[in-house]
Design a protein around this ligand. Structure first.
Ligand SMILES: [Zn+2]
Ligand SMILES: [Zn+2]
Ligand SMILES: [Zn+2]
Ligand SMILES: [Zn+2]
Ligand SMILES: [Zn+2]
Ligand SMILES: [Zn+2]
Ligand SMILES: [Zn+2]
Ligand SMILES: [Zn+2]
Length: 457
């Protein structure tokens, strides 16, 4: 049995008997049982003779067994009190298994995280959060056993993180708690819709004016960044919307003149929807993006979250790493041919570039700079330029067209095949066979999809 500090000895306050004497007498099987029971009854403040007798029975018969290595006399008294004297229940209470180290502990030394029923001993809980707070991203601070809750889900993190702020100060040293609170503060700050990073010095801040004044001045370096398109502010943006400014750059910027749409694609990089960090990256082949700033995993086409197995709703039938892309995500649209994509834009009167820039150095090869992974050296795409693709390869030109399709919220339902329309409906649990529309199983109308499965705003 472990030594117990007097701090843990509150249950036996106002005692006239010395603590050591109490321990010694109660545990000594050679001393008359009724004397031991009376002592427990008085000192342990148990409500009946029977309960005090149960404590003695557990001490004499059970505590020496392997199942209760961490139990103190106080634990036994507490267990009996909580289980109103039921010995079997008290023994269960005294031998909860930690799901990390598989040792058994009294319930008082086991903790859970509020949102799941996983049980960890205080020691395992401490060492897990010590490492998590120092080395992991806040979104990875979920339960080490079941990985729940999904902290990218704001509703769930709003329930879980305040729970941690109550639990952890009872387990960890103040300097770690300070770091914990600091990191939590940054996490919340980055989730504020008014939070932005300065494009020039990397400082993060809240821009209270929001969209009312797009030209944000960084409080640190005093330089300006656009609140919406996140480009360094230049005077040509004054009085223009981001889309107009974008088009101005395509048409007039000397840099764009030489590099055409390649610069446009690079400059309209990827924005992390969670921490708002901006990456000058084209979408390239892989649209699964993992943010180096906050580790949020999302689709760079539709900005929806990527899920791992068992990470979200029970209704989802997909396994493994996946994302719920809407039908206008680049993930689907890149499978269409260029003429189909152009048709969508023409139908909506959206103009687009087709002619290669006059001054493009190498007219035969796609100049878009690509970075396979962050941190790696950039290289030009170099694939063959296709006719009518504004000096780009077909992949990068599709990326440009889909960018316009998304920007102008064009619904691609009209170019989907019947099979694709059907997938759209079933994916959203909309019946493909309506009794009032009996022919739908054979031929689905794009209008049906447009009306029943609305594109996200
Ligand atoms: Zn443990
Ligand atoms: Zn859990
Ligand atoms: Zn700055
Ligand atoms: Zn802008
Ligand atoms: Zn991020
Ligand atoms: Zn997507
Ligand atoms: Zn899913
Ligand atoms: Zn290319």
């Amino acid at each position: 049995m472990q030594a117990v500090s007097n701090d843990n000895y509150n249950s036996i306050s106002n005692s006239v008997v010395k603590y050591e004497d109490f321990q010694r007498v109660v545990k000594n099987q050679n001393i008359d049982a009724s004397r031991r029971i009376r002592m427990i009854l008085v000192e342990g403040k148990l409500q009946s003779w029977g309960r005090a007798a149960t404590v003695i029975k557990i001490l004499d018969n059970d505590l020496n067994k392997d199942d209760y290595p961490e139990c103190t006399l106080e634990d036994v008294i507490e267990a009996v009190r909580n289980c109103t004297g039921d010995k079997a229940a008290a023994l269960v209470y005294l031998s909860e298994e930690c799901m990390t180290c598989y040792s058994k502990f009294p319930k008082s030394k086991i903790r859970s995280l509020g949102t799941c029923t996983c049980k960890l001993c205080i020691g395992c809980m401490k060492s897990y959060f010590l490492i998590a707070i120092r080395e992991k991203f806040v979104r990875e601070w979920s339960c080490p056993i079941c990985n729940l809750p999904d902290l990218d889900d704001e509703k769930k993190s709003d329930g879980y993180l305040p729970f941690l702020t109550l639990l952890l100060p009872t387990l960890l040293e103040p300097d770690i708690i300070e770091l914990f609170l600091e990191r939590l503060k940054d996490w919340h700050l980055q989730r504020d819709p008014k939070f932005r990073w300065c494009e020039q010095c990397g400082n993060g801040f809240l821009w209270e004016a929001g969209e009312r004044n797009l030209a944000m001045t960084c409080p640190h370096c005093k330089k300006k960044t656009c609140f919406k398109c996140k480009k360094q502010w230049d005077a040509h943006h004054d009085g223009l919307t981001c889309e107009e400014y974008d088009q101005w750059r395509i048409d007039n910027d000397p840099d764009n003149q030489a590099h055409g749409l390649a610069r446009h694609l690079e400059a309209n990089g990827i924005d992390c929807p969670k921490c708002k960090r901006r990456y000058d990256k084209t979408k390239g082949g892989c649209i699964h993006f993992s943010c180096p700033e906050c580790r949020h995993e999302f689709c760079s086409g539709c900005f929806n979250q990527f899920y791992h197995n068992n990470k979200h709703s029970v209704h989802c039938k997909q396994n493994g790493l996946h994302c719920h892309h809407p039908r206008d995500c680049f993930y689907y649209l890149r499978d269409n041919n260029i003429d189909q994509l152009k048709r969508l834009l023409v139908d909506q009167n959206v103009t687009f570039n087709e002619i290669e820039p006059e001054h493009q150095e190498d007219k035969k090869h796609c100049p878009v700079m690509e970075q396979k992974d962050l941190g790696q050296k950039e290289e030009a795409c170099n694939k063959d330029v296709e006719v009518g693709c504004a000096g780009l390869c077909s992949n990068h030109y599709k990326e440009y067209l889909v960018g316009l399709i998304n920007k102008h919220k064009v619904d691609p339902a009209s170019i989907l095949t019947n099979a694709e329309l059907k997938i759209c409906l079933t994916r959203h649990d909309v019946p493909t066979k309506h009794t009032d529309r009996p022919t739908l199983l054979e031929t689905l109308s794009p209008w049906h999809v447009e009306a029943d499965v609305r594109l996200p705003k």
